[in-house]
Design a protein around this ligand. Structure first.
Ligand code: BJW
Length: 232
């Protein structure tokens, strides 16, 4: 059993890269072909909802073909064997769930949910969304992807900060550290006295803030790290 009691794991797009889902930043990232200001802000949706729906419909179509990879499976195994693990993902895909992770927070929302702007109802949704899609609850055609755009409040922040304040191991995986508040979690964990580890293809923007760093593809370094943890 691992020598740590309370583990918080933060994941980002790099975790799902080897499942065929693109990252945002860097060469070949989504932001090379789409402008943040066109597709990932509430103002963009107000200005041109069709363009934003097209972006997320495309992402939903990629998502249908994606399967959890060895890193998702290793993290689900860690939760199963260790117990006190909270996974906080910035990813809107459902690959953690598909791998078997149960204690999970989607801080940036979920691709397979739709949110009614008129009545606030969030519901599972795995088809294309359009400006004509009606809310099953209030009947209005006011649906948007249930995701968190720039300038919006990420989900379940109170629960996340509480877990960070009580953790003794914080593991950050496949995230560039470019987006807040997630990029600041390492400092919260450090303030709580936790050991902090970054597992990433390359050093993130906040790499120096971590006490331990391992570089490489998630499907290699995550299963190896989890094995090591469980053997301690
Ligand atoms: C691999 C790999 C492999 C590749 N193996 N690794 C403080 C300072 C300045 C600005 C702000 C600030 N606080 C807030 C802001 C504003 C803003 C912000 O952060 N702006 C920045 C540009 C600076 N933040 C917000 O607006 C957030 N809201 C907010 O702050 O509310 C107020 C608040 C205040 C206080 C407390 C709490 C709240 C909302 C942010 C919403 C982000 N939304 C997006 C899009 C929506 C979802 C979607 O469409 O999918 O979320 S943007 C996009 O970036 C997406 C991601 O979740 C997020 C993070 O990206 P991620 O996961 O890190 O991916 P990449 O591509 O950046 O990095 C991938 C990494 O993987 C790379 O390092 C690769 O090397 C690596 N990699 N292959 C291992 N095989």
């Amino acid at each position: 059993m691992a020598a740590f009691n309370n583990i918080v794991i933060l994941t980002g797009a790099g975790l799902s890269a080897e499942s065929g889902l693109g990252t945002f930043r860097g060469p070949g990232g989504l932001w090379e072909n789409f402008r943040i200001d066109d597709v990932a802000t509430p103002e963009a949706f107000a200005r041109d909802p069709v363009r934003v729906h097209d972006f997320y419909n495309l992402r939903r179509s990629w998502h249908k073909a994606a399967k959890p990879n060895a890193a998702h499976l290793a993290l689900a195994g860690l939760e199963r064997k260790h117990g006190d693990v909270l996974t906080v993902t910035q990813n809107i895909d459902a690959l953690h769930e598909a791998a078997g992770t149960r204690r999970l927070i989607h801080m940036h929302g979920e691709l397979e949910r739709a949110l009614c702007v008129a009545c606030g109802t969030s519901a599972p949704w795995n088809k294309d969304l359009t400006i004509e899609t009606h809310c099953a609850s209030c009947g209005k055609a006011a649906m948007r992807p249930d995701v968190v755009w720039f300038g919006e409040m990420p989900r379940e922040m109170e629960r996340i900060y509480e877990a960070l304040g009580a953790c003794d191991l914080f593991i950050s995986i496949g995230t560039s550290g470019a987006v807040y508040p997630a990029a600041g979690f390492v400092l919260e964990a450090r303030a709580a006295g936790a050991h902090t580890v970054e597992l990433n293809l390359e050093p993130s923007d906040g790499a120096d803030l971590f006490l331990e760093r391992i570089e490489g593809p998630a499907t290699e370094i995550v299963p190896a790290y989890v094995d090591r943890l469980l053997r301690r």
